[in-house]
Design a protein around this ligand. Structure first.
Ligand SMILES: [Zn+2]
Length: 346
């Protein structure tokens, strides 16, 4: 049996037979913590790449599967168990990045239906409706712009011809290209670039505010999340890649977002997630980890993908991306992939 057939077989087996116990007997290992990373729970959203959106129907099945087979922990309990080296069996933490309104409207009712809890890492300025969530603004503008104007955009921003040509059929490729280009720019520079993009594509820049109001949670939503037993974490003020900032700028992002979110929720914000972006940028460093700890957070997660062990550094935590490409069987497999990988390697 080749590897992909074996993987397919394993996925079905683990899903239909509940064979996690069997796997653990064959290959006993210390317990690990799975920190799942979601972004959007919605049908075909135009404000984020479809690769980071999960349809509500599938999300419901995933939550049911977790409720029946796993121990879903609050992030406070999970981090304590890592620090105390007492991670329980089948431990899972559910997390969301960015603060999309669909988290409140679509995900929260499903999480509650199964009696689970989750952590929402929020980018604070868009939630206070005081600036746009620029990543989504770019996504929406390219998704809805007239493709005839892409060539002009390409010339201005030195976008390769093949990306412009591909962009007419596959706008995500063009969006990702521009996002990578802009990701490392300062906030002031980003604002100038957005004005230019808006002008070339003949889209009114003022649309940014109405877009933000529609797609991001507002202060009231975030407050209600807390009241309903969810944890709010920080995902910076403006969603920059922290490794592109100097120490003073990093501190501002860490402290201001913590203060803003604490003011909204009335609770201490103890957990942080480094903003990420397309293009595989390394979004963390020893400096970011040290500053996050110094500012008073208890944990932070990074762009590293994998499982958390009892030896993990709580300021450089890995997560598992969950997206809509994963059907029920793939989801079940993903949660135990580390066991299967080690079996195949042995
Ligand atoms: Zn993010």
């Amino acid at each position: 049996m080749n590897r992909s057939k074996l993987t397919g077989f394993a996925k079905q087996l683990i899903h239909h037979s509940g064979s996690i116990n069997l796997v653990k007997k064959i290959n006993p290992k210390p317990n690990v913590l799975r920190m799942l990373c979601y972004h959007s729970v919605a049908d075909q959203p135009d404000y984020c790449p479809l690769s980071i959106a999960v349809k509500p129907e599938l999300f419901d099945l995933q939550m049911q599967f977790l409720a029946e087979n796993y121990s879903v922990l609050s992030i406070d309990d999970a981090i304590e168990s890592v620090k105390n080296k007492s991670v329980p069996e089948r431990a899972v933490v559910i997390t969301f990045d960015d603060g999309f309104k669909d988290n409140y409207e679509n995900a929260l009712p499903i999480i509650k239906k199964y009696g689970l809890t989750a952590t929402f890492y929020i980018t604070s300025n868009p939630i206070k409706q005081s600036s746009s969530f620029w990543v989504s603004w770019m996504q929406i503008i390219i998704a809805n712009a007239d493709p005839e104007k892409f060539e002009l955009l390409g010339k201005q921003f030195s976008v390769p011809d093949q990306v412009i040509k591909a962009g007419k059929n596959n706008r995500q490729e063009l969006t990702s290209y521009l996002t990578i280009k802009i990701n490392q720019a300062s906030l002031d520079k980003k604002k100038i670039l957005f004005e230019q993009i808006a002008e070339i594509l003949q889209v009114a820049p003022t649309d940014k505010n109405s877009i933000t109001a529609e797609i991001m949670m507002d202060e009231e939503d975030v407050k209600k999340m807390t009241e309903q037993g969810m944890t709010i974490g920080s995902h910076t003020v403006n969603h920059p890649i922290l490794t592109s900032l100097n120490e003073k700028q990093i501190l501002t992002e860490l402290v201001q977002s913590k203060n803003q979110l604490e003011e909204i929720t009335g609770q201490t914000v103890k957990h942080f997630a480094h903003p990420n972006g397309p293009g595989g940028i390394i979004n963390y460093s020893e400096l970011t980890a040290n500053l996050i700890e110094q500012v008073g957070y208890d944990s932070s997660c990074t762009s590293i993908r994998g499982m958390i062990s009892e030896q993990s550094n709580c300021y450089l935590l890995p997560r598992l991306d969950i997206n809509d490409y994963q059907d029920e069987a793939s989801f079940a497999f993903k949660l135990e992939e580390h066991y299967f990988s080690s079996l195949l390697l042995n």
